[in-house]
Design a protein around this ligand. Structure first.
Ligand SMILES: CSC[C@H]1O[C@H](OP(=O)(O)O)[C@H](O)[C@@H]1O
Ligand SMILES: Nc1ncnc2[nH]cnc12
Length: 298
């Protein structure tokens, strides 16, 4: 088990989405910008104490929401969290609701996904390392234990939620057409996102558990008679909901006991080979076309 900051173990990661770039209730212990074999993360990773637990926190869109969903370096983000010792990740996302029951201001504990993104690198097992060919069993990409902790937190606060939901993930940055939205509903989707892929499968490839707290900000193209979604409407709803989103994330962290073990879906030896890769450093990142990471601060 890796240890940081005077022997503290970092076992829980938090990845937040649009509108949530800080954990105001957390005591910050350190801020770091880890290099990875895949280039820089979305931004600094903050080690913080939340409800007596040390967590590693990352805002997926970077500082000032500078990264659009299709440009996020998902592989670097998940690799960096694993390298800090993280075993389970709780994430948050703004989503559109596609059906009755998934109305704006409802929370959803996503349990299934349909990937309709394009061009995103969604595996560590791309043949470039001596891991052998690996195929992730992806039937249940969200961790039921982490979802249960989120459910307890939502219930305790009396917040409206759906205990299950299938998310369709589009590439963005544009929103969907009416025809696309209707098609996703006919295919079984309940909610729609631009970021919930490939985070869960990359986490699973590294034997980390992953759960998502989705918050419905809109009704997408307006199946319920409301106006079609705009980014402004999404951010407006998120601003009002932010205290609840943070409280639920923090409460879920507080109830996760030390005995949490992530589903082990990948051969640990293959994971070790991925995690033992040398980190090329900032100059190599630049050669790969990535911006240098911001400076480390403490
Ligand atoms: C501002 S609407 C589009 C943006 O918001 C969601 O991001 P996140 O899941 O990180 O909260 C959506 O998927 C898009 O990236
Ligand atoms: N309607 C929508 N489509 C895709 N991503 C979203 N994020 C929030 N609302 C969304």
């Amino acid at each position: 088990m890796k240890q940081h900051e005077g022997g503290r173990q970092v076992r829980i990661g938090i990845i937040t989405g649009s509108g949530t770039e800080r954990l105001p209730g957390a005591q910050v212990l350190a801020t770091m910008t880890p290099d990875t074999p895949y280039g820089p993360t979305s931004g600094p990773i903050t080690l913080a104490e939340v409800s007596g637990r040390t967590v590693a926190f990352l805002a997926r869109h970077g500082a000032g929401h500078s990264l659009p969903p299709q440009q996020i370096n998902y592989r670097a983000n998940l690799w960096a969290l694993k390298s800090l010792g993280v075993e389970g990740i709780i994430s948050s996302s703004a989503v559109g609701g596609l059906r009755p029951g998934y109305a704006p201001e409802t929370f959803v504990l996503t349990n299934q996904l349909i990937d309709r993104s394009t061009g995103r690198i969604d595996t560590y097992f791309d043949g470039s390392r001596p891991t052998g060919v690996r195929h992730l069993p992806a039937s249940d990409p969200f961790c039921s234990t982490l979802r249960r902790h989120l459910q307890q937190a939502l219930t305790a606060r009396g917040l409206p939620f759906q205990a299950q939901g299938t998310v369709v993930v589009i590439n963005g940055p544009r929103f969907s057409t009416r025809a696309e939205s209707a098609w996703y509903v006919s295919g079984g989707a309940d909610i729609i996102s631009m970021t919930q892929y490939p985070e869960p499968v990359l986490a699973a490839e590294l034997n980390m558990g992953f759960a998502n707290l989705a918050y419905v900000t809109d009704s997408d193209t307006g199946h319920d008679g409301s106006a079609p979604v705009t980014a402004e409407a999404v951010f407006g709803r998120l601003k009002a909901a932010q205290p609840h989103i943070l409280a639920v994330l923090e409460a879920a962290v507080s109830t996760l006991d030390e005995g949490y073990r992530a589903p082990q879906l990948m051969d640990p030896e293959a994971v070790r080979i991925i995690m033992d890769q040398p980190v090329p450093g900032p100059s190599a990142n630049a050669a790969l076309g990535f911006e240098p990471a911001p400076a480390v601060s403490r």
